[in-house]
Design a protein around this ligand. Structure first.
Ligand SMILES: Cc1cc2nc3c(=O)[nH]c(=O)nc-3n(C[C@H](O)[C@H](O)[C@H](O)COP(=O)(O)OP(=O)(O)OC[C@H]3O[C@@H](n4cnc5c(N)ncnc54)[C@H](O)[C@@H]3O)c2cc1C
Length: 458
């Protein structure tokens, strides 16, 4: 677009959006275009627009269609591929943070500018919860549309399993209400298919009663034997327990004995959301694996599972997969690779799945990995972009060594890894079904700055 046309467009948008527009030259432009994750993405949007309601969202979509500019939709800005920003228009939902909680009915309508932490604080005030992931600053839109795997995955399933309805603004500007009875194809697709089908402006979630949990951080030495035992115990535990185990060099935390700093440990976030008296008994099985290097487990409000976050987000390379088992060979491979990395922080994250998540049929939503047993994220976090090729190669080699029969991946943990990796996120016919639904709701692929599923061609 010419400079004159761009200037005129931005001027017109400023009037329309009551000043909630940030463009090059404005103070705050660099902050507004920065994404939380997404590596070295340095994109310079023509304008960042912060609509206040679904009608204004429709207007932004219309501008993208009229100008042909790429359109990025930004919720919490945590896309691992940097999809929350682009060299075009950014539709930033951060001005839309309304929430309407029906305490009696155990449901909530939430606008998608909310982060998971903001949503959980609002519903937590009533002793209620919806399960999201492990990080409070992630946006409720991005995590939900991709699936949502977190601290309640074995007890209540994925975030999408608690999604009851949504308001979606589609590529033609229509504001649709979708649920099991209204546009059921769209409702199926947004429960795993990401932002391909429109902008979700409001989501309606089921709420569960949950005041306190028994959980927190448990640190064990990461010997191959301890890793195998940890996974075995996590699989055998009652499904009230969900775990996220980061196997990584011990950070120099004051409560970790100094001689273990820099050596591989299992940093496990444990969440038991069952009867209070059973929590300690369930955790004792893990404490017995090896003498804990740190045991910060205890009873706490659910919000305690989300400690304050580090502000620094260095560069990372990573990948995601599912595996069926962690035997001695797999555990030895994990420890070996962690010991050979030169990254500031190399890590292998294991999430034992099953429970409520696995009871939903694979084709009931667009998250087909219901029977996958263990989710694995491999990451190298580092500071110098020049080291990227080195760490990228390490991640790829590590992944090849750990991979088993399950060829799938979880879309929300994909980096910018290419079309083939988006396909493996949707096995068993899900990809083709999503592409057909995309052709109905976004035939021109307006929503393409994402883990893209191009519309099927007939
Ligand atoms: C530190 C960290 C921890 C994480 N932990 C977990 C976890 O425990 N469990 C888990 O399941 N995932 C986790 N994730 C992955 C996370 O769910 C995805 O990165 C998610 O897409 C982020 O959503 P966002 O709104 O914050 O990001 P954004 O970058 O704003 O958006 C991500 C993608 O979703 C699209 N999108 C966002 N909102 C909307 C909307 N309202 N309508 C349409 N499209 C939209 C965007 O266009 C983009 O393609 C984590 C990511 C990070 C960086």
């Amino acid at each position: 677009m010419s400079i004159d046309r761009t200037t005129a467009l931005v001027r017109a948008l400023r009037r329309e959006f009551d000043g909630r527009v940030v463009a090059p030259g404005d103070s705050g432009y660099d902050e507004a275009r920065a994404v939380v994750y997404g590596g070295t993405a340095d994109r310079r949007p023509t304008a960042i627009l912060r609509p206040a309601n679904a009608e204004q969202v429709a207007r932004v979509i219309a501008v993208a269609r009229e100008t042909g500019l790429p359109l990025a939709v930004r919720g919490g800005g945590h896309s691992n591929a940097g999809h929350g920003v682009c060299d075009g228009l950014v539709l930033d939902l951060s001005a839309m943070k309304g929430i309407d909680i029906d305490v009696e009915g155990r449901t909530a309508w939430a606008e998608t500018g909310l982060t998971c932490g903001e949503y959980l604080a609002a519903v937590g005030a009533h002793g209620l919860v919806t399960g999201f992931g492990d990080t409070a600053s992630v946006g409720i839109g991005g995590i939900t549309l991709g699936g949502g795997v977190g601290y309640l995955v074995r007890k209540h399933g994925l975030t999408v399993d608690d999604l009851l309805a949504a308001e979606i603004v589609t590529a033609d500007g229509a504001i649709l209400h979708t649920d099991a009875d209204h546009h059921p194809d769209l409702f199926w697709a947004i429960r795993g298919g990401g932002g391909n089908f429109g902008v979700a402006t409001r989501l309606r979630f089921r709420l569960h009663e949950l005041d306190r949990v028994y959980g927190g951080l448990l640190i064990l030495p990461a010997t191959p034997e301890a890793i195998v035992s940890f996974v075995t115990e996590a699989q055998a535990a009652p499904e009230e327990l969900s775990t996220i185990a980061n196997i990584m060099p011990a950070p120099p935390m004051p409560f970790v004995p100094e001689e273990h700093h820099g050596r591989p440990v299992i940093m496990a976030m444990m969440c038991h959301a069952g009867p209070a008296e059973e929590g300690p008994r369930v955790m004792d099985r893990f404490r017995a694996i090896a003498p804990p290097l740190a045991d910060l487990l205890g009873e706490m409000p659910y919000a305690g599972m989300y400690p304050p976050e580090d502000e620094l987000h260095p560069i990372s390379d990573f990948t995601n997969m599912f595996i069926d088992r962690v035997d001695h060979d797999t555990a030895t491979t994990i420890v070996h690779y962690l010991n050979t990395s030169t990254a500031t922080l190399p890590a292998a994250q294991l999430r034992v799945l099953g429970g409520a998540m696995a009871r939903i049929p694979a084709d009931a939503t667009a998250f087909p990995h219901r029977q996958s047993r263990i989710m694995v994220n491999l990451a190298a976090i580092y500071e110098d972009p020049a080291e990227s090729p080195l760490h990228r190669a390490w991640v790829a080699e590590f992944a090849a060594a750990v991979r088993q029969d399950d060829q799938g991946a979880y879309v929300n943990f994909l980096a910018d890894e290419g079309d083939e990796r988006v396909r493996v996120a949707y096995p068993g016919g899900a990809y083709e079904r999503l592409a057909a639904i995309k052709a109905v709701y976004d035939p021109g692929n307006v929503f393409r700055v994402n883990q893209n599923i191009p519309p099927a061609t007939s």
